[in-house]
Ligand binder design. Sequence first.
Ligand code: AGP
Length: 617
Amino acid sequence: MCGIVAYTGPRDVAPVLLDALRRLEYRGYDSAGLAVLQTEESAPSLTIVRAVGKLDNLAQAISASDLPGQTGIGHTRWATHGRPSEANAHPHRSGPLAIVHNGIIENHLELKQALRAEGVEFQSDTDTEIVAHLLHKHLSPHGPREDALREALRRTLREIRGAYALAVVCEQAPDFVLLAKNSSPLVLGIGRGETLATSDIPALLSYTRDVVFLEDGELAELRPSGVHIETLDGTLVQRRSRRIDWSPVQAEKGGYKHFMLKEIFEQPRAIEDTLRGRLDLESGSLVLNELGLDAETARGISRICFIACGTSYHASLLGRHYVEKYARIPAQTELGSEVRYRDPVFTKGDLVIAVSQSGETLDTLAALEEAKRHGARTIALTNVLESAIARAADSALYTHAGPEIGVASTKAFTTQLVAMLMLSLELGRLRGTLPAPELLALLHALLEAPGSLRTTLEAHEAVLSVARKWHQSQNFLFLGRGLEFPIALEGALKLKEISYAHAEGYAAGEMKHGPIALIDEKMPVIVLIPDDRTYEKTFSNLEEVRARDGRVIAVATEGDERVKGVADDVLYIPKVHEAIAPLITTIPLQLLAYYVADLRGTDVDQPRNLAKTVTVE
Ligand code: AGP
C-alpha cells in the first residue's frame, strides 16, 4: 500500500506535496518522489526528484533543487514489485508525462514484453513504469493536450488489469492533473482556487475539509477551478462533497480510534491485495513464480518446517495443517527461539519456511540461518520487501497487508494464512496430491474470503456487547480443535497482550487433561465451534464447561441454534469452506481483544513492555 498525492493551484507545489506525503507516512515508505510541472520558462517542463528511505531524504533532495511550479504529483512507496531504490521510486516518466501509482498491475509481465518488443527501454523493475509508457504510446500529438491525455488514459486503462490509483501530469497540460481509480483508494480535496487528490484524507486536511471520494472505474481531473469526474466510458459523474471534521491524528487512523481497529477492518482489502494476481481460475492454478517451484522441486521436498514467533507462529501452526492436508508433505512448526537450542536436524530435502510480518525478528532469522547451514531450501513469508529474513531466504512469498502499525498483529496474521494456503495448494497441484475439482473449489473459497470477513466485521456490535459483559474478568480460556486450535492460541495472545488480562489458549481435547480444574462461574471460556468435522467433539467440551458452571462464549456458524441452548453468548460467523474458517473465526477474537482492552483503558496500539519488531533474542 503506497501513498499518492496530487495538487494544482496557486501555492508553490513542492512543499505542499512533501507536507501531504508526510501525512501519509503511516502507510509506509521505503522510497519517495515527486514531479513538478514548471511553467517559468516559455516551454513548461517536468522536474522529477526521488530518494530512497525516509521522507527527510526527499526533503533534502528537494531543497537542493530549484523547483518552482504550482502543479505536481508525489508518492511514498511501500514496495511490492522491485526492490526499494531510486530507480524504482515513483514518479515514473515517459516522454512529456509522469505518473504515480498505488496498486498492483496484474498483467504487467505481458504488457512489458509487448512494449519491449516495440523497442521501449525500461529504467525500473516496477509495474508502474509500464503504465507510463502505455500512456505515452497512446498520447496523440494532435489536438488539445488535455483531451489527448484523457483519451490516452482511457486506452491505457482498457489494456491493464489490476488495482490502481493513478495521477498523471503532462508538460503540455499546465494546471491539470488526470486521475483514475480502480480498487485502490483515491480522494479529491476541493479548496478555494486549488484542488488535491490523495490516497487518504490526512494528506488533504491542511488545505481543505471538503472531499469527494472517487469510485472504481472513474476518471477525474484536477484544475485550480475545481474537479471533474466521469466514468471510463465518458459519462459525467455529479457527486456532492463531504465535510471531514476529523483531527489530523484521527484522520491518520481513518476515523478509527486506534490503528489496531483500523487494521482489523482493513483485512478484507489486505486479503484481496495478497490474492491479487495469484489465482488463475482458468487453469486452476496459483501464480507464485517468485518461489521458483516446479513439479520436480515440489516432489523433492521430504519435509516442511515452519519457523516463527508469536502470532506468526500461530499462523504457522495452520500452515502445517494446510501443507499436510493438501500437499501430503510431513510438516512441523517450530518456535524461532527454541529450535536453535535443540541442536536440530535439517536435511537437503527440507523446505524451511520462515514466517515473519516484520521480516526482522531475530529469533526467526537466526533459526533460518541455522537451517541454511544444514543445506535446507528456504522461503521467507513476510510482509516487508527486502527485509532481513526476505534477503536471507532463497526466495520470498510476500503478503500485501501494507504497513501494520498496531503492535498487536491482525491483518498480517490473516494474510499469512492466505499465503500459506496458496502455497499449500500449489505444492499439492505440483505433486499431484490435490484433485483439480477440490483445488478449484478452494480457489473460489479464497476469492470469497474477503466477503465473508466483511460480513463478520459487520457484526462487530455483538462482540462489543460481549466485551462489555466480560471485560472485568481476570482470566479467560480459549478452546479450539483442529484448525481452530491455533486460532484459540492466537485469540488468547491478542487478548493478553493488549488488555493485560490473563488468557490461555488450549486444545479443546486437552481440557479434560488438566485445565478443566480452572472452570468456575467467574471464568469466561471462549469456544471456537464452527460447523466443521470436529463440531460434535467440541460440543462435548462445551457441555463439560457448562456442567461445571463455566461461562461460555461460543463462536459458531450462523444458523446454529443448538449452541445457543448451551452458551451464555454466541458470536456468529458465515458458513465458509472449512479451510477458510480460521480466517473468519479469528475476527470476533480480534474484536473481543480490542474492545476488552479499550474498555480497560490500556494503550491498545502500543501496549506496555511490547515492541512491534523484536530484534533482540
Ligand atoms: C503479535 O500480536 C505480537 N505482537 C508478536 O507476537 C509478533 O507476532 C512476534 O513478535 C513476531 O513478529 P514477526 O511476525 O514480525 O516476526
